[in-house]
Design a protein around this ligand. Structure first.
Ligand SMILES: *Cc1c(COP(=O)(O)O)cnc(C)c1O
Length: 240
């Protein structure tokens, strides 16, 4: 993709984020755009960087680390891990990402804490990924019934007790639907869950809501997203 098209796509997405924020009585600077570059080569990230993008999202640990190495000269990139992290890869994540959006179990959180300790890293900044839609194919703490909520609150308490894992909010992936309005109840549910956690655990930071992708980010911003994760709408279709 040439730089002119890239810039135009970026501007268009930023305008749509700003318009959605305005509809909800919010300002555009309350929403951080994370450009999701999975499957795209390092040069694409370099081009995004030249357009002023600093927040880059990847969904696979190995692929992300390769790109980080290739782009080591871009010191001000903030790398986001947005995909599922296997426990055995936790040690590769520690110290290498500004934010891990996808902590989906207490066991992973414990492993991150332990690996951080071993590596002399004092904190791992994370979001808790929640499955609010009940789709079996989705990662995340399942939170669709009142019983789920009880179990989740216990898990949250365990995670908040880990000294090196710093929680900043929640993340979700809405189901793929033809009409983005169908995603709205899931985003609203994530926001309500966040508000509940903020009441139950006021000692923690619950500010961030990572929700919204190319198909549904405007609805997500209307429902309170502070981080939107966007690939296709900026970069076009992915290489398989
Ligand atoms: C790929 C991916 C995105 C971006 O998806 P698009 O539909 O291309 O915007 C966002 N979040 C996660 C977790 C992803 O894996």
């Amino acid at each position: 993709m040439d730089t002119t098209t890239l810039r135009a796509n970026l501007n268009r997405v930023q305008e749509r984020v700003a318009a959605a924020a305005a509809r909800a009585g919010r300002t555009a600077d309350e929403v951080t755009l994370v450009a999701v570059t999975k499957t795209h080569p390092p040069e694409v990230i370099r081009a995004l960087h030249a357009c002023g993008v600093r927040e880059i999202g990847e969904n696979r640990v190995h692929e992300a680390l390769e790109k980080q190495q290739a782009l080591a000269d871009l010191a001000d990139v903030r790398w986001h891990m947005v995909g599922h992290v296997q426990r055995r890869k936790a040690r590769h994540v520690v110290g290498r990402f500004a934010l891990v959006h996808s902590v989906d179990s207490v066991r992973l959180a414990r492993e991150l804490d332990k690996r951080a300790g071993a590596a002399g890293v004092d904190r791992v900044d994370v979001l808790l990924e929640v499955n609010v839609s009940g789709e079996a194919t989705k990662y995340g703490f399942p939170v669709t019934s009142p019983e789920d909520v009880g179990a989740f609150l216990e898990d949250v308490e365990a995670i908040l007790n880990l000294p090196r894992v710093r929680v900043h909010g929640l993340m979700t992936m809405a189901p793929l639907v033809a009409d983005p309005e169908e995603a709205r109840p899931h985003f609203a549910a994530l926001r309500r869950l966040r508000d509940r956690l903020a009441r139950e655990f006021p000692q923690a930071d619950w500010r961030q809501l990572s929700m919204g992708m190319s198909n549904d980010f405007e609805v997500a911003v209307e429902e309170g997203a502070t981080l939107v994760r966007i690939g296709t709408a900026i970069l076009g279709p992915r290489n398989p």
